[in-house]
Ligand binder design. Structure first.
Ligand code: ZN
Length: 275
């Protein structure tokens, strides 16, 4: 069995509130939080940035500043920028890619979210995939619905992506895919049919984080994902103190199922990211 990449999504787009005070929002907080998560075992960091008023930002220089700090303090860690849409207009979603992170998230279809439609029209997906290819960035394909797998296959067929992308199934977002083991099997079955070389993981949102992680590990996932973007609690009654605490819990789950934690060098080999 290959070692498991632990990915940490440190911030996301949800406002910092009383129930998530540990959320890192400024550039300095994000770098410090990533460093702790790295020391706890994370080899990949997924990044959103914020404006001074803490609203989601598309400012490429903020992305660059966070990336620079992480490269300095977390040698070898895989840096992944979000091209996600919440609070950002279409034209600005790919602006940060010019700073050439190792990876970037890429949603290959639209879906209902709790209060909005997360819009990813085919033309935008094509545009973002083209930019990632131009800059040598590995996409992480975000799957919120079965049709999104076919959206990824289309990019391979059109020569915009190689046939071994990294795929993440996202489960437990209200109004999108529920966290359900049978659905994960269905999605994995389809992935193996249409993108047999892909590496994969599954992310459970909110209270589903631990169970989805276990289902993924039982099925030989290449990575697991945790972090305050997805889940702010360590139990029903206790808030997570930090991203590092959540990474620690993920590491325990990986070890418990008899697998090892990927170092940054190993993580790059597993996910096909150049050193
Ligand atoms: Zn994200």
């Amino acid at each position: 069995m290959r070692p498991v990449v632990v990915a940490v999504a440190i911030t996301g787009s949800v406002p910092r509130k009383a129930d998530n005070p540990a959320l890192p929002v400024t550039v300095a907080e994000q770098i410090a939080s990533t460093r702790q998560a790295y020391e706890a075992g994370a080899a990949l960091v997924h990044i959103h940035v914020r404006n001074d008023d803490e609203t989601p930002s598309s400012d490429p220089e903020r992305f660059a500043a966070v990336q620079e700090g992480i490269r300095r303090h977390c040698p070898g860690m895989i840096v992944q920028f979000s091209t996600g849409g919440r609070g950002r207009d279409r034209a600005s979603r790919g602006l940060s890619l010019r700073h050439r992170p190792d990876m970037a998230s890429l949603s290959t279809g639209s879906v209902n979210f709790p209060t909005i439609v997360y819009e990813n029209p085919a033309s935008l997906v094509t545009e973002l995939a083209g930019q990632m290819q131009e800059y040598g960035i590995r996409p992480e394909i975000e799957i919120f619905d079965l049709s999104h797998l076919h959206g990824a296959r289309r990019l391979v067929d059109e020569g915009l992506m190689n046939a071994r992308p990294h795929v993440q199934f996202v489960m437990g977002v209200e109004n999108a895919l529920p966290a359900n083991e049978r659905l994960l099997d269905l999605l994995l079955g389809e992935l193996r049919q249409i993108l047999p070389q892909a590496t994969w993981t599954a992310a459970g949102i909110g209270r589903h984080q631990a169970e989805v992680m276990d289902w993924a590990l039982e099925r030989g996932a290449d990575a697991v994902r945790t972090g305050l973007e997805d889940n702010i609690r360590v139990s029903k009654h206790q808030l997570a103190a930090s991203n590092a605490e959540l990474v620690g819990l993920a590491v325990e789950r990986v070890l418990r199922c008899g697998r090892t934690i990927a170092t940054p060098v190993e993580a790059r080999a597993v996910l096909g990211v150049p050193p």
